[in-house]
Write a protein that binds this ligand. Sequence first.
Ligand SMILES: O=P(O)(O)OC[C@H]1O[C@](O)(COP(=O)(O)O)[C@@H](O)[C@@H]1O
Ligand SMILES: [Mg+2]
Ligand SMILES: [Mg+2]
Length: 348
Amino acid sequence: MRTKPYIQDNSALGYSVGITLDRFIKSKQDDFPFASGELSQLLRDIALATKIVNREINRAGLSNIGGAFGQTNVQGEEQQKLDVVANIRFTRALTKGGEVCAVVSEEDDEVIDLQNNSGKYVVAIDPLDGSSNIDVNISIGTVFSIYRRVTPLGSPIQPEDVMQPGNKQVAAGYVLYGSSTMLVYTTGHGVNGFTYENSLGEFFLSHPDIKAPETGNVYSINEGLYYQMAEGLRNFVCDCKKKNFSARYIGSLVADFHRNLLKGGIYIYPGTDNNPQGKLRLLYEANALAFIAEQAGAKATNGIDRILDMVPTSLHQRTPLIIGSRDLVQEAESFLNGKKEAFTEKFQ
Ligand SMILES: O=P(O)(O)OC[C@H]1O[C@](O)(COP(=O)(O)O)[C@@H](O)[C@@H]1O
Ligand SMILES: [Mg+2]
Ligand SMILES: [Mg+2]
């Protein structure tokens, strides 16, 4: 019998779909020499829930799960039906997976104890980010952080399992439901992005080893808050205008962050006179994105401290967030701390 070696040739295909998320996760298990595969399985569970949520989002305009749910969450914000649906889908996937002992979710006032004391991991999640954009067909997201529990396996979960600083994350990621659906995650060994192929029902590696540009010319901030924020930040915003930067603000943190991560730019959600700690939540919004930002060479601060070093004091704690290209974040910090000459011409 004559044989010939297989030589991969994609030239006739037009495009190559490449490596699936599943296969990628498996290949990366070598990053954890003593790993038993549970973290890998947990990432797969999240990816599976993501596919289901993606389907729900896609057809929300045709089904009865668009619109308001008629209740407010613990933050006092009006829940959308998809907030609730996504919360159920993710929590259910994490419960069935068996690797997780507790979940902190934006949509639940208390920690959800999954009654699985052998689960090694704790997950903090914003099941649906940017939910005010759902009904107007604008990009939305999911954000998640994964921690290893610190108390012994088999014992009931304790506050210290849940209230860990961001620098203890073992993995974090986000999903962007945009013109395509993408899952971006890190396990502390760089950042990789996967694009969802609808008809195959698979995520494929499309953005390997993402590196954030060191600087950029995009600033993203809700300028309606201008007169309520610190003078230093106002001066920074004026400086961006003076430099003819582009203002880009979608109002979905994941989407704003993702654009700036790939193209260069800075995202700011400031503390204000009315809300000195801003709006974004430390445990399930800021920490995950800060971990990803740093892994991609970008920066994240609350204006004083590195986000990842903040020690949480409450479950739904908020924090100001300045995140994005390294040089721009440093610049904003300098303005905020009064080290830069104030830009005198006032923005009116
Ligand atoms: O409308 P604002 O005040 O600019 O706030 C926008 C921010 O609020 C959020 O929508 C909060 O997220 P949720 O939808 O998960 O509550 C962020 O995604 C976004 O960056
Ligand atoms: Mg959010
Ligand atoms: Mg949300």
